[in-house]
Design a protein around this ligand. Structure first.
Ligand code: UT7
Length: 328
């Protein structure tokens, strides 16, 4: 049986209006622009307004993606929201979004794979569409990390921002679309990057609030090492599965956590930085939104042209990683 080709048929992105600069952070914690730029490459990040929750950011990106695909919400058959900062534990952010969009026919669920969530979600949508269960899917990477960031902790608060990136996944002409995926997890490293409380292990209590266990905890150095390692190995594996070489790739879209991680990975792979999308300076690490924000921005800027071969690669909490090769 011939498998249908599945790919991206619409894109949209959204970042909240408010910009938090390194200079602003200098007034909040003992840090400075020089440290942040030289250690991370980050200059500013966008922060959601108090009344904005994750589904609101997702909605803005989704509306744009639908428009770019020339579709209406009632045509959607599936909605997958990749996030670790859902509006509520339940209902899922995907269900809240389904209602906001009026996507009455769509099945909807959230997917939790932290910064790898967008690639995991595209792989999931790809599977559903390839098998013929659904014709299309709205896939969104979205996070409001500012809600789980401790703005008195300089080790983490300089690193994160809020945003949303959305794509419509559907059938594409033969030879286009997704060529391969490589997803993976190393659950043993879960303790290196986590939000400890608020789940069934440690329900919210006065003590958990006092102990600041509702904020992101991260062992930055260990995550850094993991990131560089899996960015290299996942890239090699996903290329092998696609039957491509590094030289075939027109554009790399890596997870935007830290410019040094991206540079180390590119050096390790012996690839020039010009082939790489970098926007960590403007948005910081937006978790699940990071890869779609970079991908959509590159597409909107005309940096990705029809027929280009693009490689996406990310890593994050779990620990997890996800990579994909696709023809635009
Ligand atoms: O999406 C996946 C999630 N996360 C990541 O990808 C992050 C991966 N890790 C990283 O990006 C880096 O490890 C960081 C940016 C988090 C930290 O960079 P580093 O080069 O590993 O620095 P470090 O943690 O080794 O800290 C170096 C020094 C420390 O001071 P001492 O102990 O050497 O005196 C920190 O206290 O820098 C200090 N420091 C800061 N100084 C000024 C840490 N944060 C700051 C800050 N401003 N914001």
């Amino acid at each position: 049986m011939k498998m249908r080709s599945v790919g991206i048929i619409g894109t949209g992105k959204y970042v909240p209006e408010r910009v938090l600069t390194n200079a602003d952070l200098e007034k909040m914690v003992d840090t400075n622009d020089e440290w942040i730029v030289s250690r991370t490459g980050i200059r500013e990040r966008h922060i959601a307004a108090p009344e904005q929750a994750t589904s609101d950011l997702a909605y803005e990106a989704a509306v744009r993606a639908l428009k770019s695909a020339g579709m209406t919400a009632d045509q959607l058959e599936l909605i997958i929201v990749a996030t670790i900062t859902p509006d509520t534990s339940f209902p899922s952010t995907a269900c809240i979004l389904q209602d906001k969009l009026g996507a009455k026919r769509a099945a909807a669920f959230d997917l939790s794979a932290a910064c790898s969530g967008f690639v995991y979600s595209m792989a999931t949508a790809n599977g559903f569409i390839k098998t013929g269960m659904y014709k299309n899917a709205l896939v969104i990477g979205v996070d409001t990390l500012s809600r789980i960031t401790d703005y008195t902790d300089r080790n983490t608060c300089v690193l994160f921002g809020d945003g949303a990136g959305a794509v419509i996944v559907g059938e594409v002409p033969e030879g286009r679309g997704f060529l391969s995926f490589d997803l993976g997890a190393e659950g043993a490293g879960g303790e290196l990057l986590k939000l400890a409380a608020g789940g069934s292990r440690l329900p919210a209590s006065e003590e958990t609030v006092k102990a600041k266990q509702h904020y992101i905890y991260m062992n930055g150095r260990e995550v850094f090492k993991f990131a560089v390692r899996v960015m290299g190995s996942a890239t090699e594996e996903v290329l092998r599965k696609a039957g491509k070489t590094k030289e075939d790739i027109d554009l790399f879209v890596p997870h935007q956590a830290n410019i040094r991680i991206i540079q180390s990975a590119m050096q390790r792979l012996n690839l020039p930085e010009e082939k790489c999308v970098i926007n960590v300076d403007k948005y910081a690490n937006t978790s699940a939104a990071s890869i779609p924000l970079a991908l959509v921005e590159a597409a909107e800027d005309g940096r990705i042209k029809e027929g280009d071969t693009v490689l996406l690669v990310g890593f994050g909490g779990g620990l997890t990683w996800g990579a994909s090769v696709l023809v635009w």
